[in-house]
Each structure stands twice: as structure tokens, then as C-alpha cells.
Design a protein around this ligand. Structure first.
Ligand code: ZN
Length: 346
């Protein structure tokens, strides 16, 4: 079979599409005939290399993929060949205190398919039964592949960690990325007033289409000033920020007294000034969030399957052009998700 691989960390040119043996599922595993995958910023970080990440090479990346069950191990009970499935990429130990308390995203040995473990951007992928969710017949492969990681992450951020209520105001910083465009949809659905930032007229139109009530061009306006003026100097109840260093100071400035900022990533860098004077003075909360529990994935995916939420696809590429997909993410070109399809499926 063909698989996306890299032999070492580096720039786009480390990515290749190679012939490799078809994997065999273990007793608790399922083999999926992959019909589509989707890229995440995590794929870019993993390709570049992360401190403490020591991968067996060559590494197959990819955390999101959907397809048809091809073969199941002897202990698998929820799926059989022919079932339509999508992958959720969190892997937990099941035995540490946090797993036992019911939150596997806090697992002390938490791993993510495609980051710490072999990923799913190949013609066939073998994953544990626990990492699959059934996909209804009327949901297309691009949608099924594009949603799990970003909609799961955004759902946990806003609904669980952020405890968002109807009537509150939310600012989504960087609405054009995968998590951003999911967060806009989830906040609007929750009954919040949604503010979003985006850099181009086309991205701002997409953000409005996803449910943003107010869209700010951060390239011409200081978004914290703009939030102040549009909220009668009050600020918003919650900021969703996955951008990091470039936006965090203005994100804190955009918050109302007692507000909260929820972060799930830092694409521009992880070490902004802490802004402690604002945090204690305005009694703000800084909340971290990562991935989602199986139950949270089920909740948000059911709202994708029924059409409440829908991923926007910025581009669909053959898997052999995965490097171009990384470039789209790194250059912030387009709005929403980059989908990759095995070349043999196109
Ligand atoms: Zn654990």
C-alpha cells in the first residue's frame, strides 16, 4: 500500500508518499480502508519535530481519517467489515488515576495518533477499536475525515472547559483555521454572541457564514480596541485563542471583568508575557484544553452527522501532495480544513 511518510524532521521536502506493507490488526484493533484524511496544525509540528518527541522512522503522520472497516481483530465487538468509520486520535492508558476518574485527556501517558504514534494517512490504517466512531451512510468522506480532531477540540474548549452559556459573548481569535471555524459554529449554536477575527474579506465572509455576529479584520484594526468599542467598553466573557504569542496580550485585553480565555494551542509560539496584572486585576481565568473524551467526540460528531455543524474544506489534495497541504496551513491560505485522499481513491 501507499503511505505518507517522513524519514526525519524538517521542511516540507521531508514528506514523501511511499510503498509500505499493509498492516495487520491485533486482537483489539481494526483495519480501515482509508477514503479520506485531513491535516491539522499538529501534522506541521510533528513534521518539524517537537522537544521530547522521539519517533521511530520512517513515520506516517495523520490524526484524522475516515473509511471502511476492512478487517477486525478477534476481540473487536463494535465493528465489522463494511462499516463506515472515522478515527478519533487520542490514546490513553486506561489505568492511571485520571483515566480511572473518567477523563482520558488527562492521562499521564496520553498519546495522539500521528504525533507520538504512527498516523493514519495511508491507504490502510490500523487503530484500536476505541479510536473509531461510526459514520452514517449519508455523510461524505471529506466531512467524516475533516471533523474529529478540530470539532472535538473546540467542543471540549467551549462547552466543557469554558462552560459557555447562552447569552454570553465569545471572541474566536483566528476563525479561519480548523479549530477556529469549529469554535465559531459551536459558540453560535450555544446561543452566544460571537465575535471573530480573520485577515481577508473572503475569510470574514466564511466566518459570518459559520455564525459569527461580528467579524474583525485584525490586519487593519487592533482587535482588542475593536472589541472594547463594539461591547460598550465591557469586553467579552470568553476568548478562544489557539494563536498564542501574537494574539494573547490582546486576547486578555478583550476580556470583560471575570472573563476567561481558553487555549488549545499556540501556532505563533507558546511564551507570551503572562499579563498577571490583568489576570488578577480583572479576575480573569486562563484555561487550558486539549483533545476530547470519547463522550465529547460522540456529542459533537452527532451534531455534525445531523448537519448542525459542517466543516469547510479549503482544499482537497491527493495524499502524494501532502507537502502542499502543509504549506497551505503554514501560510494560512484559505479557510477551514485541508483534506487528503489516497491517490488510488481519486
Ligand atoms: Zn491514563
Amino acid at each position: 500500500m501507499m503511505a505518507v511518510q517522513f524519514d526525519g524532521h524538517g521542511d516540507h521536502d521531508v514528506i514523501s508518499y511511499n510503498e509500505t506493507p499493509v498492516p495487520t490488526p491485533g486482537p483489539d484493533e481494526v483495519r480501515v480502508d482509508v477514503k479520506a484524511g485531513a491535516l491539522n496544525h499538529l501534522d506541521v509540528w510533528t513534521r518539524r519535530g517537537l522537544p521530547g518527541l522521539d519517533l521511530e522512522m520512517p513515520h506516517t503522520p495523520g490524526s484524522d481519517a475516515a473509511g471502511i472497516v476492512d478487517r477486525v481483530g478477534e476481540n473487536v465487538s463494535r465493528f465489522e467489515p463494511g462499516d463506515r468509520v472515522t478515527v478519533t486520535s487520542g490514546v490513553s492508558c486506561g489505568t492511571c488515576e485520571f483515566c480511572r476518574a473518567g477523563d482520558p485527556t488527562l492521562c499521564v501517558r496520553y498519546q495522539i495518533l500521528g504525533e507520538h504514534l504512527p498516523g493514519v494517512h495511508a491507504e490502510y490504517a490500523v487503530v484500536a477499536e476505541d479510536n473509531l466512531v461510526a459514520v452514517p451512510d449519508d455523510v461524505d468522506w471529506e466531512t467524516a475525515a475533516a471533523v474529529p480532531l478540530v470539532f472535538g477540540t473546540a467542543w471540549r474548549m467551549l462547552v466543557d472547559r469554558g462552560d459557555l452559556s447562552a447569552g454570553e459573548s465569545v471572541l474566536v481569535v483566528g476563525a479561519s483555521g480548523g479549530v477556529g471555524h469549529a469554535a465559531v459554529q459551536i459558540a453560535a449554536h450555544a446561543g452566544a454572541t460571537v465575535y471573530a477575527t480573520a485577515s481577508t474579506a473572503e475569510k470574514r465572509r466564511h466566518a459570518e457564514d459559520c455564525g459569527a455576529d461580528h467579524v474583525i479584520d485584525y490586519t487593519t484594526d487592533d482587535f482588542a480596541d475593536e472589541i472594547r468599542s463594539r461591547t460598550g467598553r465591557r469586553g467579552v466573557d470568553m476568548v478562544v485563542d489557539h494563536v498564542g504569542e501574537a494574539t494573547y496580550p490582546d486576547s486578555l485585553k478583550s476580556l470583560a471583568k471575570g472573563g476567561r480565555i481558553v487555549t488549545c494551542g499556540a501556532t505563533t509560539g507558546p511564551n507570551p508575557g503572562a499579563g498577571l496584572h490583568r489576570i488578577f486585576g480583572n479576575q480573569l481565568s486562563v484555561i487550558g484544553s486539549t483533545m476530547a473524551t470519547p463522550g465529547q467526540f460522540d456529542d459533537v460528531l452527532s451534531l455534525v452527522w445531523d448537519g448542525t455543524f459542517s466543516p469547510r474544506i479549503r482544499e482537497t489534495l491527493p495524499m502524494s501532495e501532502t507537502a502542499r497541504g502543509h504549506e497551505l496551513l503554514e501560510n494560512r491560505e484559505g479557510f477551514g480544513k485541508v483534506v487528503v485522499i489516497p491517490d488510488s481513491e481519486r
